[in-house]
Design a protein around this ligand. Structure first.
Ligand code: MG
Length: 258
């Protein structure tokens, strides 16, 4: 009995010693302090560090004002051409709300077609509600590279939204040619809150008439909205600039315990 008690006491002392000796592991990486951002009260509204591209008032963030601004909405003026942001962007988080025309006309690629371009790379906008087309060209596709995981389109005329994470590619350029893709671009897209494109590796410019291939371009480019001849509407467009990669900073010391 006495022997058993002694053993129990010894075990308790041993456990206590382990707890006292237990130290916190530290990575040794000199992270910078994450800046404070105030979120919006309402989901979908811009947080405090967002750059507003369209808030219902005007096209002052864009290169021209040929599209129609009415009742807080921006509508494509067919035939007037695309619009692009005055500011150039690299990697971004983008929120954009859109509605394809309530009056349905045309079919396939001719119904509610527009698109959000991050430089050379298009996330398709299309009326894909009971409207068949090639899968890598339907709403939410990375045009001619990747169909959406699911079709979560609302009916024509109803407001929908994209939340997109675009990570720009890093290209090595020599003599005005891409000699190496140091890091491809990546896109993640949520449509109406549902993940439809999961960290897709961009294969190059989203041509309609050629296979994808990387072309020479600046690291930062305007964001463009496509005029494809349909009166697609937009509202509440904002963007946040994000770091190009998730690379860790240089380690300033080895991991340690304290
Ligand atoms: Mg398009």
């Amino acid at each position: 009995m006495k022997k058993k008690m002694t053993l129990t006491v010894l075990l308790i002392i041993f456990a206590a010693a382990v707890v006292i000796a237990g130290q916190d592991w530290k990575s040794g990486i000199a992270w910078t302090k994450p800046p404070i951002v105030t979120p919006a009260d309402k989901p979908g509204d811009p947080p405090s560090d967002a750059i507003i591209l369209f808030d219902g008032k005007d096209l002052s963030a864009w290169n021209k004002d040929s599209w129609i601004v009415e009742n807080g909405e921006l509508t494509v003026k067919p035939g007037s051409g695309e619009i692009q942001t005055k500011q150039q962007f690299g990697s971004v988080q983008l929120h954009i709300e859109f509605a394809t025309p309530s009056e349905v006309s045309g079919k396939g690629q001719g119904r509610g077609n527009s698109g959000v371009f991050f430089g050379n790379y298009e996330v398709q906008i299309l009326d894909s509600y009971e409207n068949e087309t090639y899968f890598d060209g339907q709403c939410g596709s990375i045009y001619k590279q990747r169909p959406p995981l699911v079709n979560v389109c609302r009916k024509p005329g109803e407001w929908q939204y994209y939340d997109i994470v675009f990570n720009r590619p890093e290209l090595k350029i020599e003599n005005n040619k891409v000699v190496e893709v140091i890091r491809p671009g990546y896109v993640t897209v949520f449509q109406n809150g549902v993940l439809i494109i999961n960290h897709h590796e961009i294969e190059g410019t989203t041509f309609y008439h050629l296979p994808p291939a990387y072309e020479v371009h600046e690291p930062t480019r305007p964001i463009r909205l496509q005029d494809h001849g349909n009166k697609t509407k937009f509202r509440n467009i904002w963007v946040r600039e994000i770091p190009d990669t998730n690379q860790k900073p240089e380690r300033t010391r080895e991991p340690y315990y304290e």
